[in-house]
Design a protein around this ligand. Structure first.
Ligand SMILES: Nc1ncnc2c1ncn2[C@@H]1O[C@H](COP(=O)(O)OP(=O)(O)OP(=O)(O)O)[C@@H](O)[C@H]1O
Length: 477
């Protein structure tokens, strides 16, 4: 039978209710006639966390979007709907329909949850217990929770995870812990299997660009409850991943790589960390006043015809490129003929996988989760005042309209960072998903014993949809 119908008490009122195998619960009052509250409906797939069964009742835990101003994504609110049945048989019949529906809905049943107790303002544990745990409980999810105890602990845990025991790994943290899990999975001997494990993120760090990008793309209000609900709903989005190789160092990125101004501000301002988020603004002012330009080169493989700017590679550059990087993975772009190069002075180069780099920074408004490319934002020579306006406009993404910004979608790139123009030291940092990948001589002591010294060129290859991430339904590309 596709639909069952029953006369029940719904929140104490007599209604005629139906539930269909396609997941729609509808009701109509048997006493109110055409009164505005006489009818109702709820979509079991889109708007329900789960259900629980009482002695003669079923409680449906709904999580429905509240209508707000049209330009805002609306918040969801929890509301329980209690259905009381006349007989144990009809209750059982309804339970069977609900059970069958949720068994086939692709929702996760067993999750491995990692919480970074020091993420953001040390509030991640509180976020988990207050907001996330109650929702997972209502959804009937079995949770194994681990607090990360040290830097890169999440990576170790991902490396040793028993894959068959979980339907997903969820990080209650910033983007850093999520990236560690990704790298742990990809460093396993069984990485091809391991990387199919769906990942989830509940924003509880300082940098929450991935969670913001997912919720925004799904037209969901940005908060931790909605992020948890996206995981409960079980929709999954393939996510591009960049493999990054510099000499012997090999790792993976899901968010961003930057070199120059932006990375320098981020890392150099660590000295004034006690000032909180103000540290970034203050250091940005310092760096604008004492603006650095770096010499270097960027070779890249355009993703589309309109991303072709710059010169073709010389035959020597092309042959160097073909010997470089990583040949382990499926996608190998090194021998493609369409590579281009930009050389000279740069203020910054920023490669971004998803639109948001942080909650309030839309670094790459055209970025897509699964288009097989990273978006490059390149600033070369630029007057100081224009640079300030570009930085301010990153809050709404309009910086890409500036004539000083080159915005390119690329499938692969090779960055050769050089020194500060007009200075004997190299200086600047290369930031990979919030961690130092490399730094120029002088960025750390005299640089002679710095293990992260710039070294050889950095090769980045985008692997289309290599990872899988839980995402709001409307975000799926
Ligand atoms: N118990 C711990 N002690 C010290 N460092 C930890 C611990 N757990 C996780 N970390 C490290 O904290 C870093 C930041 O993690 P997370 O992703 O939660 O936040 P973030 O937004 O990237 O940064 P922030 O620390 O500024 O909030 C990661 O590099 C991770 O390895």
């Amino acid at each position: 039978m596709d639909t069952i119908k029953e006369s029940v008490l719904l929140d104490g009122k007599k209604v005629s209710a139906t539930v269909s195998v396609s997941g729609l619960l509808q009701w109509e009052s048997e006493t109110l006639g055409w009164h505005e509250n006489a009818k109702g409906a709820v979509d079991l797939r889109e708007d329900v966390i789960g259900y629980s069964v009482g002695s003669s009742s079923i409680v449906i835990h709904t999580f429905v979007q509240k209508a707000v101003k049209c330009w805002e994504n609306s918040k969801r609110v929890e509301r329980d709907i209690t259905l009381v049945f006349n007989s144990p048989d009809s209750q059982q019949e309804w339970c069977n329909v609900l059970q069958r529906f949720y068994r086939n809905a692709g929702r996760p049943k067993r999750l491995f949850v990692l919480v970074n107790p020091f993420g953001g303002k040390n509030k991640a544990l509180n976020v988990y217990h207050k907001t996330v745990e109650p929702l997972f409980k209502k959804a009937g999810i079995d949770v194994t929770i681990r607090e990360t105890q040290f830097h890169r602990h999440a990576k170790e845990l991902a490396k040793s995870l028993v894959l068959s025991e979980y339907d997903g790994v969820v990080c209650v943290s910033g983007d850093g812990v999520l990236t560690e899990v990704l790298n742990g999975l990809l460093e396993r001997p069984d990485w091809e299997q391991a990387i199919k494990m769906p990942l989830g993120i509940i924003p509880a760090g300082t940098g929450n660009g991935m969670a913001k990008s997912l919720l925004e793309a799904g037209s969901e209000y940005y908060n931790q409850a909605n992020a948890a609900f996206a995981i409960i709903r079980g929709c999954k989005q393939p996510l591009d991943i960049a493999s990054v190789v510099q000499g012997h160092v090999k790792c993976h990125s899901m968010l961003m790589l930057s070199w120059g101004f932006v990375a320098d501000v981020d890392f150099e301002s660590e000295k004034i960390r006690s000032l909180g988020s103000l540290r970034i603004d203050l250091w940005a002012v310092i760096r604008v006043l004492w603006l650095r330009e770096y010499s270097g080169s960027l070779a890249y493989l355009p993703a589309t015809e309109s991303d072709i700017v710059g010169e073709r590679l010389s035959s020597q550059e092309q042959s160097l490129l073909e010997k470089s990087g990583d040949s382990d993975r499926d996608t190998d772009y090194r021998k493609e003929s369409n590579w281009r190069t930009l050389e000279g002075k740069f203020i910054y180069i920023w490669a971004q996988n998803v639109p948001y780099a942080a909650e309030d920074v839309i670094a790459a408004p055209r970025a897509k989760f699964n288009d097989g490319s990273f978006d490059l934002i390149v600033i070369r020579q630029c007057p100081r005042l224009k640079l300030v306006s570009i930085l301010l406009n990153m809050k709404n993404g309009s910086h890409i309209k500036s004539k000083y910004v080159q915005y390119l979608k690329v499938k692969a790139f090779r960055l050769t960072p050089g020194g500060i123009v007009g200075d004997s030291i190299e200086g600047g940092y290369v930031d990979l998903d919030g961690e130092v990948l490399a730094r120029g001589q002088g960025a750390y002591g005299d640089g002679s014993r710095d293990p992260m010294h710039y070294g050889p060129a950095i090769d980045v290859n985008v692997e289309k949809g290599l990872a899988t991430i839980f995402a709001p339904a409307r975000c799926i590309e």
